[in-house]
Design a protein around this ligand. Structure first.
Ligand code: SF4
Length: 289
């Protein structure tokens, strides 16, 4: 569909609202978190959520995690701060350094010295999710919206296929179910292609951080490039992957194993299916616990 610069933003807003209403991602009177890294997806999401919140009477709180990635995260956080302040939205920020005693850069150096064999994204992903959940719970938020777009979701589907990680694959969806101690996540931009989110941010004049994380490499980037090549030759294949996955997931629903019961981590008290949570395990491996 070809749309002019007035109709295109409306089309994005319509699809965003449809996702929010259909999956009941935000209801009047609720307090909803928005995870904001400062990139185009999260800044766009914050704007859309804040505007819808004013109309539908739910409150939005922006949540950011400063992992401590030199030359990258500082500017992104400046964009996040500016966006939250221009929208009049409360903004909470926590850092790896104050929470774990080291920045991600320092952890990467320690991981090399200790020979853990784990890549930076493992530390970053696990610990960021941990902090976002703790922040959201402490702020009394009922859900946290993340800026995952169609491309992110399709990449995650393919990556989990390639890794053979069925349990993680089956957890993908527009909304994660709630488990005690975990604040549910929702993805209102999940059916909007990355290019369209970027075009929306551009047309709306949003200040976003466009830099790339220095640790972004490996199979993730290869899967992204592969999907982009396929999409340019065979339009709609990303939606095809998503729709097929959703149908498969419905069929597999009954075969899913029940999730393990959660207990408090012996070290930090956060919910975990094992004795010690993954964050505390990783910190121990680095000599930080
Ligand atoms: S690319 Fe990896 S290290 Fe960089 S922000 Fe993303 S998850 Fe973190």
């Amino acid at each position: 569909m070809l749309l002019c610069d007035r109709c295109f933003p409306r089309s994005v807003e319509r699809r965003f609202r449809k996702a929010v209403y259909e999956k009941r991602m935000a209801l009047p009177g609720e307090k909803i978190g928005v995870a904001v890294s400062g990139g185009k997806d999260s800044i766009t999401l914050l704007h859309l959520m804040a505007e819808l919140g004013r109309v539908k009477k739910f409150r939005v709180v922006a949540l950011s995690v400063d992992e401590g990635i030199k030359g990258y995260r500082e500017e992104a956080l400046t964009c996040a701060r500016e966006a939250a302040s221009s929208l009049g939205v409360e903004h909470r920020v926590v850092s790896f350094r104050e929470s774990f005693g080291a920045t991600l850069d320092e952890m990467v150096r320690l991981a090399g010295e200790e020979g853990t064999g784990l890549d930076p994204c493992t530390y970053c992903g696990v610990m960021r999710r941990y902090l976002l959940n703790r922040m959201a719970r402490e702020a009394g938020l009922v859900r946290v919206a993340t800026g995952h777009n169609l491309d992110d979701e399709v990449q995650a589907i393919l990556l989990n296929y390639l890794r053979g990680d069925l349990s993680r694959l089956l957890r993908l969806g527009p909304a994660y179910s709630s488990r005690e101690g975990f604040v549910p996540r929702v993805k209102p931009l999940r059916e909007i292609p990355e290019r369209e989110v970027a075009a929306y941010a551009l047309l709306k004049g949003l200040r976003v951080h466009l830099g790339q994380c220095p640790y972004a490499r490996g199979i993730h980037a290869e899967v992204r490039d592969f999907l982009n090549r396929l999409e340019s030759r065979h339009p709609n294949c990303k939606f095809g992957v998503l729709r097929t996955f959703e149908r498969l997931k419905e069929g597999l629903g009954e075969d899913r194993k029940p999730e393990a019961e959660l207990v408090g981590c012996e070290v930090c008290g956060e919910p975990t299916p094992g004795r010690v949570c993954r964050t505390c395990e990783l910190l121990k491996g680095l000599g930080l616990r």
